[in-house]
Design a protein around this ligand. Structure first.
Ligand SMILES: Cc1cc2nc3c(=O)[nH]c(=O)nc-3n(C[C@H](O)[C@H](O)[C@H](O)COP(=O)(O)O)c2cc1C
Length: 358
């Protein structure tokens, strides 16, 4: 079984958390792009578990193999199949979640949909591990975008109540996120974020986060009215990432308390080009790109699997009971979601760009 996104640049993802492998198939990538395993690996390494004290200790090398769609390091135009093998598999703690579903996870809803036949090990297809497939597809998408000079960068802008400075430069956002364990562009926010995380871990709890993503150098006029506006396509892709609870473009929900005179972005001419003086629209007007950076924020919920006692139901007896969860979990999924948001956005943008026949 694979899951599909896109219309021309099409991404399928397959695998399970504790099955043999996780992978992606990308269709619609133009022929003639250089694409080697090391290109995909470099992106995958940004998401890999087992790095640092604040992510799950699950130890996977995530070594990617490109099985088809390239010849001598160049894309052929045929579907590109990429996969990583699962090695560090420990499903001993997951069996009981089929009888006592974890609050906040997909155990109960998956059981209802698949009548109990789904692969529950490690969360199966509902595991954060599936996002490795999104990163693989995103690595290919970035190649397509690079042909047009389009770049995508995501970074952690909030963890719990700790927020980054709001005057971060484009250079800081581009260069810093992968130089620290929080994928954060503001060095001053790292210590309070670390304290927030350590407090949550000491309490056997978890913490939520907000990620900002920016797409730069998109030409004006990309997007497909009516139902495939830029916001719709990006949101569709972003909500494939488990744990995402919200997305807002530009000024987002602040628009509610603004006046039109504040919210509208005035047009000005700079270097012979029409640009806007500020970017509250987040780079999208009428569902089409306006040539400004596409900027949006994504809300990630706190990791549902926590060590604190929680209330649940024993499905065998239909009695209310309590549970505590042992095992290996990220205390803040927002940290490892940063490269995932970046790559799934690249996938969405590559589809829009290919649909515009660029
Ligand atoms: C990168 C990443 C890692 C994740 N790791 C965990 C984890 O260790 N434990 C956990 O309970 N949930 C984890 N999740 C979140 C669950 O997969 C997700 O909450 C669950 O599938 C329910 O889906 P929903 O939150 O979208 O409703 C992770 C999500 C991402 C994006």
């Amino acid at each position: 079984m694979s899951f599909k996104f896109g219309t021309i640049f099409i991404t399928h993802v397959f695998g399970e958390s504790h099955g043999t492998c996780v992978g992606a198939v990308v269709e619609g990538c133009p022929a003639g792009l250089t694409l080697e395993e090391r290109d995909v690996q470099e992106e995958l390494d940004k998401r890999r578990p087992g790095k640092g004290p604040y992510v799950t200790p699950r130890n996977e090398m995530d070594t990617v193999a490109i099985e088809s769609g390239t010849y001598r390091g160049v894309t052929t135009g045929a579907p590109i199949l990429m996969r990583i093998k699962n090695k560090d598999v420990d499903d001993s703690v997951y069996e009981r979640f089929t009888q006592t579903p974890r609050p906040g996870h997909a155990d109960l809803t998956a059981r209802a949909k698949y009548h109990g036949h789904h692969d529950h090990r490690g969360g199966g297809i509902f595991s954060g591990r599936m996002t490795a497939a999104l990163v693989m597809a995103g690595a290919v998408a970035k190649k397509v975008l690079a042909m047009h000079g389009i770049t995508v960068h995501a970074h952690l802008v909030q963890m719990g109540n700790v927020r980054v400075r709001d005057d971060l430069s484009d250079e800081e956002i581009k260069e810093r996120p992968y130089t620290n364990p929080f994928h954060c562009a503001d060095e001053g926010a790292i210590t309070p974020m670390r304290e927030t995380l350590e407090r949550a871990m000491a309490a056997r709890d978890s913490v939520g986060a907000r990620i900002e993503c920016r797409v730069c150098n998109m030409p004006m006029g990309i997007g497909e009215p009516f139902f495939d506006s830029v916001e719709s396509v990006v949101s569709h892709a972003i909500f494939s990432v488990p744990g995402v609870k919200g997305i807002s473009f530009g000024c987002g929900f602040d628009a509610v308390t603004m006046q039109g005179s504040e919210c509208n972005d005035p047009y000005v001419v700079r270097g012979g080009r029409i640009v806007t003086e500020k970017n509250d629209a987040g780079g999208v007007l009428g569902g089409l790109t306006n040539g400004m950076p596409i900027v949006f924020d994504v809300a990630l919920k706190p990791t549902p699997s926590i060590g604190r006692e929680q209330r649940t139901v024993d499905l065998a007896t239909m009695e209310e009971t309590t549970m505590t969860i042992e095992g290996r979990h990220d205390p803040c999924i927002g940290i490892r979601a940063v490269p995932v948001i970046e790559h799934v956005t690249a996938v969405a943008m590559a589809d829009l760009v290919r649909r515009a026949s660029l």
